[in-house]
Each structure stands twice: as C-alpha cells, then as structure tokens.
Design a protein around this ligand. Structure first.
Ligand code: NAP
Length: 279
C-alpha cells in the first residue's frame, strides 16, 4: 500500500509507456517487502535538466534512465561511477544531499543473469551480433570473463570497428575482431557462445533473424539473445532445435533492475533465477 512514508522510484525516457521497468521493479519491491513504489515518467530531451533538478526537492530516491537520455544524463550528475566513465552511459541515478550520482548496471545484470554459466566463457570464443549500446556493455562484461576472443558481426561494419577501438581504449580489451556477413556461419562454427545484442527479432518483427535456418548451431553452443519480447526469438528457436542451450534477455533485465534497487536501498538484495521466473 502506498503511504506517506513510501519511497518513490521511477524510470524516465521518451518514449517510456512500453517500459517493462515498472512491472519488474514493483515485483521486486513486493518480493523484498520494501516500502516503495516505482513509476514511469515521460521526459522529453528538452525537459531533462529540469526533471533531474527536481529529484532531490521531491525526495525521489532513485531513477532509471532509458533512451534517449542515457548519455546526456551524465552532464547533470555530480559524480559518475568508474563503470559510467568507462561505458559513457548511465542508467541509474541516485540523488543525495549534494547532487546526483550516476551508475550503470547493464553489464552487471548480464553477468548475474549467467549464474553458474559464467564458467562456460573462460578461454572460449564468443560470436557477438551487434555493435550498439547494449553490445558495448556486453563486451565490457565479456572482458571480465576471460574469454579467448570475441568476433563481432554488425550490419554496419564500421560501427563494429569503432566499438573494437573504443573497447581497447576505454577498458583495455584487445581480443575482439570484426567479421563480415559471409564469415558469420564459419564464426558461429568456431565459437562456443553466440550473443545477439541487436534488436533484430524483437516485437513486432518477430520472424527476423541474423542467423538463417542453416546456421551451424549444435549441442556445444550456448546462445544468448538479449531480447525479452518475445521471450523466444526466432534465433533462439533455431538454435534450440539444433540442440543448443539458449537463454533470453529477461533475467538480464531483472538483474540490472535489481542492481539499481541495491544501489538505491544500500541493501544486498538477493533473488535467484527461480524467484525472478515467477514474475
Ligand atoms: P542500439 O544502440 O540502437 O543498437 C542496435 C543494434 O542493432 C546495432 O548493432 C544495429 O546495427 C543493429 N540493428 C538494428 N536493426 C537492424 C537490422 N534491421 N538488421 C541488422 N542489424 C540491425 O540498441 P541497443 O540499446 O544496443 O539495444 C539492442 C537490443 O538489445 C534491443 O532489442 C534491446 O531491447 C536489447 N536490450 C536488452 C537488455 C536486457 O536487459 N535484456 C538491455 C539492453 C538492450 P547498425 O550498427 O548497423 O545500425
């Protein structure tokens, strides 16, 4: 029940109406029996500064930031975490007496979503599809998992090359290469893990996929799709039908949200994958 003492959290973005964050965060708030509520606020770019300036005055305890504000928001924060400095984007803002603090939780959410499967990555080759904002976070996470190499296929190859240069510069990861579409099947064959970080296959274009039905998936592959709508993309269906072990983006979404909640509450909140699946 919302009371006078209830802490207020929100996600800001434009658009924000379709965000799953309120559903997911209010589920976590209930799971952990917190006196809090989480809403969505439609904030246009022209209003970002004013909206952020009002957070402390309104005693709002924390906000998540989604597109298109993830980069711009840094300029209005007093402190930014080392991860925000490295990745150049923030998704979690915490007001305190002296100003706003910026954090980013995507890469931590990805790592936590893997659970025991983190050990599959050590010393193994990864094929990553995409080179956008999510790909940057995933590459940062992969750099912490001691993978052997990451081969990146992206529609616009120059964006992959750019991401590879930035990864070397900002977090010292030098084991990435870009591959052409014609090399994709060969790359999948020589990788143990395939991660889709693109929006290809996302609702409403659910039959789209970057890997055709002839993609050489097998029982020795782990295929992870960051997309959570639909829960089973065509990519995951194809890979699963050939015996690969698959995972969708729902746990990553939940664990990056949980990490935000930990930052705001200062509590070491723990949820196992079983708990999150009951959402
Ligand atoms: P983004 O920065 O806009 O990047 C989009 C990526 O998809 C780029 O690599 C782009 O390639 C590629 N792409 C888009 N349309 C394409 C098409 N028709 N054919 C081939 N490639 C295409 O977006 P983002 O923020 O990285 O998000 C990407 C996906 O990850 C979204 O589906 C999002 O929902 C998901 N995501 C999930 C989580 C989670 O917690 N599970 C977190 C973050 C993101 P170009 O460079 O050629 O344009």
């Amino acid at each position: 029940m919302i009371k006078g003492s209830t802490d207020i959290y929100a996600v800001i973005g434009d658009p924000v109406e379709h965000s799953l964050s309120p559903l997911m965060q209010n589920y976590l708030i209930k799971l952990f029996d917190l006196d809090a509520v989480y809403a969505a606020c439609h904030v246009r770019s022209k209003d970002l500064k004013t909206a952020l300036a009002g957070l402390q005055a309104l005693n709002i305890k924390g906000i998540n930031v989604t597109l298109p504000h993830k980069i711009k928001v840094r300029a209005f924060c007093r402190t930014v975490s080392k991860d925000v400095e490295t990745l150049g984007a923030a998704n979690t803002i915490t007001p305190d007496e002296t100003g706003l603090c910026a954090d980013v939780t995507d890469h931590a959410g990805f790592l936590e979503s893997l659970g025991d499967r983190q050990s599959l990555f050590r010393g193994n080759a990864v094929c990553m599809l995409g080179a956008g904002g999510a790909a940057r976070s995933i590459l940062y996470a992969l750099s912490q998992l001691e993978v052997d190499r990451v081969s990146i296929y992206n529609r616009t190859r120059e964006n992959a090359e750019q991401l590879i240069r930035e990864a070397a510069q900002s977090f010292g990861f030098t084991s990435a290469e870009s591959v052409a579409q014609s090399e994709l099947n060969r790359t999948i064959e020589s990788s143990s893990i395939v991660i889709n970080t693109t929006s290809v296959g996302m609702h409403p274009h659910i039959e789209a996929t970057l890997c055709g039905d002839d993609a050489p998936f097998s029982r020795r592959h782990f295929v992870y799709d960051l997309i959570y709508n639909p829960l089973q993309t065509r990519l995951l269906r194809t890979a699963k039908s050939k015996g690969a072990f698959v995972q969708n983006g729902l746990d990553m979404l939940i664990f990056q949200g949980l990490q935000s909640l930990r930052i705001w509450t200062g509590q070491n909140l723990q949820a196992d994958a079983g708990a999150t699946k009951r959402m």
